[in-house]
Design a protein around this ligand. Structure first.
Ligand SMILES: O=C(O)CCC(=O)C(=O)O
Ligand SMILES: [Fe+2]
Length: 281
């Protein structure tokens, strides 16, 4: 995987690799060991109960009764300041400003913890393409010629083939399609893996086929998963609705942007100020 140090993460090269290359890059050194340890401890604490949160792409594990070995922690912004620092990291903001437009927002920030023996996921693509298996529910001709998604995966444990590092099929982001069961053998035979050390960050275009893999190691496999979208895509998590007023009041300009406050639609225009609110003039 094309890999950058934090101070060399060039937005032009990264966007080219996401759109026209493999679809994923790694950035090293964005976070300190203390930040990673802090994030991991909070996630472990919030995921000590079995199966009390919604999850996705785990239909097979659900049928096999193993879904309790894969746990989500949602609404991370409310659970520790470290997650705001991760979401609004200046390098991520700079790359994504080019990728999704300068007023991009966040669709979700969650953790995925896979316990030892825990299951992998169905190969899939990510929000807002995640139900593209129902292609007829999306606009005619929708393709991936421009991005409506970016995914950031921050490894909090060693991401190895054994521990279930995310698998992805390089290049599949170029042909927007949800992988069918007939595609799975080709996917597993040809996939690359998002391996790395704790703190390593993978930025990828979620139109690329990918999935968490089974954890066959003797340790938990935790990751922070952040979804970013253009300003006009409806987010997955209702973050403003889930955050306390104190968080919103104290939010930085970057965090306000990520929460969607810079783009106030839908709005009750019947009650809006009687001004000309849009146009070049
Ligand atoms: O945790 C992982 O390795 C990937 C998770 C993922 O792709 C998802 O939940 O959409
Ligand atoms: Fe995914």
């Amino acid at each position: 995987m094309l890999t950058f140090d934090a101070d060399q993460a060039d937005p032009i090269a990264i966007c080219d690799e996401l759109l026209n290359g493999a679809g994923a890059v790694k950035i090293k050194g964005l976070f300190t060991a203390d930040q990673i340890a802090d994030a991991r401890a909070i996630i472990m604490e919030h995921s000590d109960k079995e199966g009390d949160k919604v999850t996705h792409f785990q239909g097979a594990a659900m049928e096999e009764g193993r879904v309790n070995l894969q746990r989500r922690v949602w609404n991370l912004l409310a659970k520790g300041a470290v997650f705001s620092d991760m979401a609004a990291h200046p390098v991520i903001m700079s790359v994504l400003s080019r990728w999704l437009g300068t007023e991009f927002i966040m669709g979700s920030i969650a953790a995925n913890r896979i316990l030892p023996g825990g299951p992998g996921q169905e190969p899939h693509i990510d929000f807002p393409y995640w139900d593209f298996h129902g292609v007829e529910t999306h606009p005619i001709g929708l393709n991936a010629s421009f991005p409506m998604n970016a995914q950031v995966t921050i490894a909090l444990d060693p991401f190895t083939e054994e521990s279930g590092a995310t698998a992805y099929l390089p290049g599949t982001q170029k042909h927007l399609r949800y992988p069918t069961p007939e595609d799975h053998a080709h996917f597993y035979d040809n996939c690359a893996r998002m391996t790395g050390d704790p703190g390593d960050t993978v930025l990828f275009f979620g139109a690329a086929w990918h999935c968490a893999m089974p954890n066959q190691a003797d340790h938990d496999r935790n990751a922070v998963l952040i979804n970013y979208i253009p300003k006009w895509v409806k987010p997955l998590e209702d973050m403003p609705g889930a955050l306390p007023a104190s968080f919103i009041d104290a939010a930085s300009p970057e965090m306000r942007q990520l929460l969607g406050f810079n783009y106030p639609y839908p709005e009750v225009l019947d009650q809006a100020d009687a001004v000309n609110a849009e146009g070049i003039k």
